[in-house]
Design a binder for this molecule. Structure first.
Ligand code: UDP
Length: 237
């Protein structure tokens, strides 16, 4: 087995990553495939905390007429649906998990308690953070930055669907777009690169949290990044 490069990571899975080719909702086979790779890094004794997005159901800012805060709460509830699906897939293959939500819903999951989350990780459980930060006007990328700082994760692994790193322009529009092997947070802000929102980028930058942006279309990439293979874009302070 390859040696892992990290002891504690935050894996940020966008909601889209769980939708497979359907583009909406949850594709069980896709979730199972991702769970399998997460279990592999767990077996390498890497402590894994996951922040799940919700874009496969709803994005607060896309609402037309709805009150923004209400729309964001819908988005946060969407992330919780994803968290439960991922938990189910992981538990099915024998991985111990806990879901912690930033909005109280004690019948379905634990509340977010930082010290408890760390304890779960130390016991080898995968912790899935749901309901974002619990606050409207934020994203799950910002949540990943926040939780990474709180639990002292060494790195955020930002898994993206349909793209395998950070490019100087949109590779779907510009076929000659160039992929960065490494980048600084300030470059993301200065160049307005759309890989993460500016709140998330600033939080990572201010707290010197390294980030690796990589593609999740092949879920085996999770193991590749954890073992230090250069497949995406490294972002540092
Ligand atoms: N959201 C929020 N506060 C948070 C995290 C998420 O209000 O701290 C809402 C927001 O509406 C967002 C939605 O939840 O659009 C889904 O999260 P996100 O768009 O980050 O998901 P992803 O794009 O990663 O699938």
């Amino acid at each position: 087995m390859d040696k892992p490069k990290f002891k504690r990571v935050i894996l940020k899975l966008s909601g889209e990553a769980l939708a497979g080719d359907k583009g909406f909702g949850i594709d069980e086979e896709t979730v199972d495939n991702i769970a399998k790779e997460i279990s592999k890094i767990g077996e390498m004794d890497v402590q894994v905390a996951i922040v799940v997005g919700g874009g496969n159901f709803w994005r607060g800012r896309s609402a037309q007429r709805m009150d923004r805060a209400t729309s964001d709460y819908i988005g946060m509830l969407g992330t919780t649906i994803n968290a439960l699906a991922l938990q189910d897939a992981l538990e099915n293959i024998g991985v111990d998990t806990r879901v912690q939500t930033a909005i109280g819903m004690q019948e379905v999951a634990e509340p977010y308690i930082r010290r408890k989350a760390i304890r779960h990780l130390q016991k080898g459980r995968v912790v899935i953070f749901a309901a974002g930060s619990g606050n409207p006007y934020f994203s799950t990328d910002t949540t990943a930055a926040l939780r990474a700082a709180e639990i002292e994760a060494e790195v955020i692994l930002l898994a993206k669907k349909g793209v395998d790193g950070v490019y100087d322009s949109d590779p779907k529009i510009n076929p000659s777009a160039k992929k960065f092997e490494s980048l600084r947070y300030i470059d993301i802000l200065n160049r307005g690169l759309g890989i993460m929102d500016s709140t998330a980028t600033s939080l990572c930058m201010d707290n010197s949290i390294p980030l690796i942006v990589f593609g999740i279309d092949d879920p085996e990439n999770i193991v590749r990044v954890v073992t230090g293979e250069q497949i995406g874009t490294d972002v540092k302070g």
